[in-house]
Design a protein around this ligand. Sequence first.
Ligand SMILES: Nc1ncnc2c1ncn2[C@@H]1O[C@H](COP(=O)(O)OP(=O)(O)O)[C@@H](O)[C@H]1O
Ligand SMILES: [Mg+2]
Length: 256
Amino acid sequence: MGHIIAVAGKGGVGKTTLCGLLIQYLCETGKRPVLAVDADANANLNEVLGVEAGVTLGELREEIERAGVDPKYQIPAGITKAVYLESRMADALAEEADYDLMVMGRSQGQGCYCFVNGIVQTQIQKLQNHYPYIVVDNEAGMEHISRGILPTMEIAILVSDCSRRGVQAAGRIADLMKELNLKPKKTGLIVNRAPNGTLDEGTLEEIRKQKLDLLGVVPQDETVYQFDCEGKPMIQLPKDSPVREALKNIIEKMEI
Ligand SMILES: Nc1ncnc2c1ncn2[C@@H]1O[C@H](COP(=O)(O)OP(=O)(O)O)[C@@H](O)[C@H]1O
Ligand SMILES: [Mg+2]
């Protein structure tokens, strides 16, 4: 069974950036193939990885909902929606050399969120045997966790910036996981975008208050900002970039 690593935290703290670099690290250290899951409705993990996503699960849901109503969407005659969905699942998995990417994406309409969440959950369970590692980039809210999207996650990486609010958000997610009786083998916090890679006493105090296990600190890096502005995938960051180095040290220490 593949190890499920979920990354969660407040919006804009660097979850997707770190997810992409984590996937890259796992691939480079031979822990492939990785199943990368972009479970954020506002999908952008593919940009960090510099690849095209396949059809999103949200789009598939749309196709099925509109079939028969909108001529643009057709399900072949004699096939049930469920069978059709199953047959399209391969298209929802973008295959790269070392990893496959599945994107949840957005879809409109009532009940779709639950539906798409449900597919993500079933697919992860189905695919878990085929990948030694599954990395799930979550959206800012705690929706996925509260809906139990990841019942079998093994490692929960909470990400925060240096703000107390970021650390508090991480603390709330950790609490929620406990309430829901989710028991990852390891739950820890990465503080990202720390000026000079060091933490302020205030941030440290909040981490203690939230009883979070600090896995490590990733520095604020101008190159990341530049890559972002230029639309360059983060996995092209130089190997000795401070962000990549910091993350590597953290992962090595975690013995993932
Ligand atoms: N260590 C870092 N140094 C500088 N900028 C960063 C760093 N980590 C992330 N960023 C930038 O912060 C923004 C939010 O990052 P992102 O990974 O999209 O966050 P999230 O997925 O949590 O919303 C992006 O513009 C990203 O390039
Ligand atoms: Mg993100």
